[in-house]
Design a protein around this ligand. Structure first.
Ligand SMILES: Cc1cc2nc3c(=O)[nH]c(=O)nc-3n(C[C@H](O)[C@H](O)[C@H](O)COP(=O)(O)O)c2cc1C
Length: 245
């Protein structure tokens, strides 16, 4: 893969929540997990492990446990983030589209072709532990994208983590860092939308504009985010605001 293809992949790997009813062949799954495990860990300890739930009986039970938890997670988020309010009542708004996609995602969770549980043996019980597992998660999603699959990093397994441990024999000292459903996307990845670089990058000191931080021509933006975040450091946003440069 050339650098340009890699950058293109980085800029087009979106959260994918609708999957076709097709399994992921073993060799593709192996390629995806190979890429995941090329990610760095502190001192190259490789204290990560990846549990792949495909189509076995345990996988079915785990997906069903997760499905219940995901539906509860989305229900709570839908009301706390006001998906039924404001622009959410307009069927064509990004907020309403997101809500439909989420609903479909959780309603069909049990049919997800593959669910990956990225796990980590925590050493510090702090943010730094995440640095030895989340790069691998992103590698995994990028590799999936390269092969025509899609997925999303989620945290809605947390309420059932104890039951998952019992069911799947995950040792106590191992933490399930995320749940990543994977499959062939229904539809397209589309461009990733974020805030303009000028809002996200500072030069030399906090808050100072970086004149060189210019987005590529044609970049599309969003300030989407849950309500109630603080405005300090421009960490706020209303749902689904969408602009083109
Ligand atoms: C730390 C983290 C936690 C996330 N948790 C969830 C989740 O529980 N459920 C979900 O559907 N998406 C979850 N996501 C996916 C984000 O909502 C998604 O990446 C974000 O909205 C950007 O979407 P985009 O990449 O399509 O632009 C999570 C992402 C991250 C990085």
């Amino acid at each position: 893969m050339t650098a340009v293809e890699l950058l293109e992949g980085l800029a087009t790997t979106r959260a994918i929540r609708r999957y076709r009813d097709e399994p992921i062949p073993d060799d593709d799954l192996a390629t995806i997990l190979f890429a995941a495990t090329r990610a760095p860990t502190g001192s190259n300890r490789q204290n990560f492990r990846f549990l792949a739930l495909t189509d076995g009986p345990l996988a079915g039970e785990a997906k069903s446990l997760l499905g219940t938890s995901f539906r509860a997670g989305w229900n709570a988020k839908r009301s706390s983030d006001g998906y039924g309010w404001g622009s959410g009542i307009d069927d064509d708004s990004p907020k309403a589209r997101m809500a439909r996609s989420m609903q479909h995602f959780v309603d069909h969770f049990e049919r997800t072709p593959v669910v990956i549980l990225p796990c980590i043996r925590s050493r510090h019980h702090s943010l730094i532990d995440g640095a030895s597992i989340y790069p691998a998660c992103q590698n995994l999603l990028l590799a999936a994208r390269a092969l025509g699959y899609g997925g999303v990093l989620t945290g809605w397994h947390k309420p059932v983590e104890a039951e998952l441990r019992d069911l799947l024999g995950i040792p106590d000292e191992i933490e399930v860092a995320a749940t990543i459903p994977l499959g062939k996307p229904v539809g397209h990845h589309g461009p990733v939308r974020r805030r303009p670089l000028a809002e996200l990058v500072f030069d030399d000191r906090w808050g100072r504009a970086a004149p060189w931080a210019v987005d590529p021509e044609g970049t599309r933006f969003t300030s989407a985010g849950p309500p109630g975040q603080t405005d300090r450091g421009d960490l706020t946003g209303s749902q689904g605001h969408d602009r083109r440069r």
